[in-house]
Design a protein around this ligand. Sequence first.
Ligand code: SF4
Ligand code: SF4
Ligand code: MG
Length: 998
Amino acid sequence: MFAHRARALSPDHPVIRGTSQNPDVYFQGRETVNPYYDAMPGIVQKAMDKFAGLTGRQYRLYEYVGAPDADRVVVLMGSGAEAVEEVVEHLNAHGEKVGVLKVRLYRPFAADELLKAIPATARRIAALDRTKEPGADGEPLYKDVVTAFAEAYTAGASQFAALPRVVGGRYGLSSKEFTPGMIKGVFDELAKPQPKNHFTVGIFDDVTHTSLDWDPDFRTDAGHGVMGCMFYGLGSDGTVGANKNTIKIMGEETELYGQGYFVYDSKKAGAATISHLRFSPKPIHSPYLIGHNEANFIGCHQPVFLDRYEMLDSAAEGAVFLVNTPEAPDKVWGSLTRRMQQQIIAKKIGVYVIDAYAIAKATGMGSRVNTIMQTCFFAISGVLPRELAIEKIKHAAEKSYSKKGRAVVEANWKAIDETLAKLHKIAVPATASSIHEMPEPVPAFAPEFVRKVTAEIMAGRGDRLPVSAIPADGTWPTGTAVWDKRNLAQEIPVWDEELCIYCGKCPFVCPHAAIRSKVFPAGLAKDAPATFKHIQVKGKEFEQGMHISYQVAPEDCTGCMLCVDICPAVSKVDGHKALEMRPQAPLREAERENFKFFLTLPEFDRTQLRISTIKGAMVMEPLFEFSSACVGCGETPYIRLASQLFGDRMVIANATGCTSIYGGNLPTTPYSKNAEGRGPAWANSLFEDNAEFGLGFRVSIDQHAEQARELLERMKDSVGAELAESILNADQSTEAGIFAQRDRIEALRVRLAAIGSVEARNLESLADYLAKKSVWIIGGDGWAYDIGFGGLDHVLASDRNVNILVLDTEVYSNTGGQASKATPRGAMAKFAAGGKHTGKKDLAQIAMSYGHVYVAHVAYGAKDIHTLKTFLEAESFDGPSIIIAYSPCGEHGYNLSKQHQQQELAVSTGHWPLFSYDPRRAQAGENPLKLDSKKPSVSYREFIQNEPRFRGLVKEMDSDGGEVLAFYENELQKRFAFYEHMAGMGAGTESGAKKEPT
Ligand code: SF4
Ligand code: SF4
Ligand code: MG
């Protein structure tokens, strides 16, 4: 260490490193390092020995476990090795002679040591890699092992009488399960006269037939005496957290060993999470999930899962099934599917029921049922004395929730006490009586791909899809979220059509596009379902006599209440609003039919819509619907709005982050198509290069359009000069202009079809580029302010017509809340636990400094019309536009149903000034910057006191003489004054004006 430290760069003994090297010396330099690599394995082994001395855990560079005279050996590294060891022990105990070589040091690879560790009796070796090297003749570890054997053997230095047969296989990519059955499949393959090489295990490869067969029901003896428990919860419902506490409690209070695996996809809230817990008196070495017929306890924490997952396939004989359901205990049996009833009877499963949501509501827990379900687990399983268990859960709840305040802790305690009184065991009849079957995940009329692939993944059966089912080039269809009916909402909004003033605010704020409006001639509703509501609409936007409907999609609504919150229509009689939340279950069927009918109504003619008002614009069809974003997400309303306005011509470059998870996480996507089949086309790129990625879209679209124009120019005579001229000179600045151009392109196609030249075919394939395309570059603040900033700046500096949408949550939301350069001073985040010390970067100001960029700050909950206008302006600007959109997020720590007030406070305190900087104004002799919000007029404390991310700062403010608050308010005033000053200056200079398009 001292020598290492002494080599540090220092001006006290200066040297240079990182020189540019040339052909004369580079090669020799590379070879100077050999002695160090040669020495490394010995050093690592020494360190391992030292570690053993300290901990009693001895590791070796290459560790062999199994029969000393094994004929078959598997070589691999990582956690899979433990699973193989378990299988090896089992097989040897049952008379086989097998072994496993665990690779602990991969680089530098010590071939001699590896060979020494393998018994000389081994005739067949399988080297397993958890990776795929497309195009290579084998994966890395396999090739190293083959080389080790071949080199030793051909040099005559091998302990092996004959060269063993070495085969390579791939397993476990992307954490795919690697189970004892698969491992036995590998050993069985090795025993065959001609074992497969370059095989895969764990999938079914029906394309190039690489996969091995395996027995999914194979179990080792290691499972004896192990208690397996599975819990089905919803993302962010607290199930996983409660289970982690359970493991801790069991570990501390019993002699049992515990293990937990938590299966969730990268979706935001609302996806299922399945916790797999094992408890055993012996140490547990089973690094795989609980399999079929293995779980002794199954907790169903969400009533909707009864109709979604075959949870009892996992149940062992005599297991316990705990169900959270609103059904009365004597009605629960009848509500189960026939298959579940049969499994309960056949496997002698004990069924316990609890209405956890009712208890949560009654005890002030809202919809958090995790503590209640955890209490049930301890009460039924009897792993701990009841009193002790209760005490421990209460303690764990206190630890988990004390941050959220005393009231939350006490609500948890109350819920725990209530739970025990309301937990029932139900009587199980001798025969199954249900006629109810598990519904298919999607209806029979869904498109074939959705039925065969999407639905299988949705149902949790993606592991069973064969290779041939997966698109080879990574291209998936859009418009698939519509098939995933998540039924997340306990309550949904109900519309009072008499009270409504048709302001359009409810669809405008909905993060999930789950409330919609359409305007149509009343006659079209004559065959509507009886409960379908519609009413004559008043206002300048629509012709006299037209009807309007605001319809909720009951199974897609997440119950966030934002639409109710924003609704301005309040009854003078009893104070109710035009939208009110009501329990979903009783409304589901009727509203599902109403929504279905609503969708059959024609879309309003877009060319006739007045989209400059919220009321008019919100009649537009969203082409981003039912995303898997969190309940109350503050980002998705912006994307939904863009999709309504420009979706049929949008190409989106998306930066990895929340936007990629709710936007493009398999199996479904919310990006959808209109009746003509048009809609956003989307591709995801990395955090660090998304802006450049989107710029590339623009460049290639422009290039194709240019080629099409040249071809059309050349073919003027054959396609008709008038048509060609009208296409080449089309004004596409309005919706009507774009539609007219698309019609002309259709006419052009007809004429081209009659022309038999190569040129005509060429133009046919490029003709669509003659209609306007809208390029959008979308991502969060982690991308735009931090990691992708260099590229973003590069794109801003170009004069290309791209639209950049920054969804600013002021924190890395997708990766768990780390501070970004958008995080405001004083806000707590990971890596800024005590509150961030430095201020938020002013991205808008940086962008404005160019002069030729359209720049805006919006907050839809504070000023919706400003957001709408900004989107229209930004898209119409022929140059780079950047919209920085304030996006409340669960990471801010408060209930997002209050986010509109917070957005307003963000604006009125000066935290988030609203403005737009439009270079076109400079051309018109005006100041390009227009402030759209007023001087900070509300104390900053009003804003921050509602958001737990600022709780440290609030405390600080409260414990000093007002200096901290004064400092912050002064900063906000100063920044606003600066903007005011800029906005108040004379008209923009020429440098600020957009140059003429070239
Ligand atoms: Fe949309 Fe939320 Fe209203 Fe449901 S409750 S319709 S998700 S805004
Ligand atoms: Fe009607 Fe209320 Fe929706 Fe406005 S927000 S359209 S008043 S229901
Ligand atoms: Mg963010």
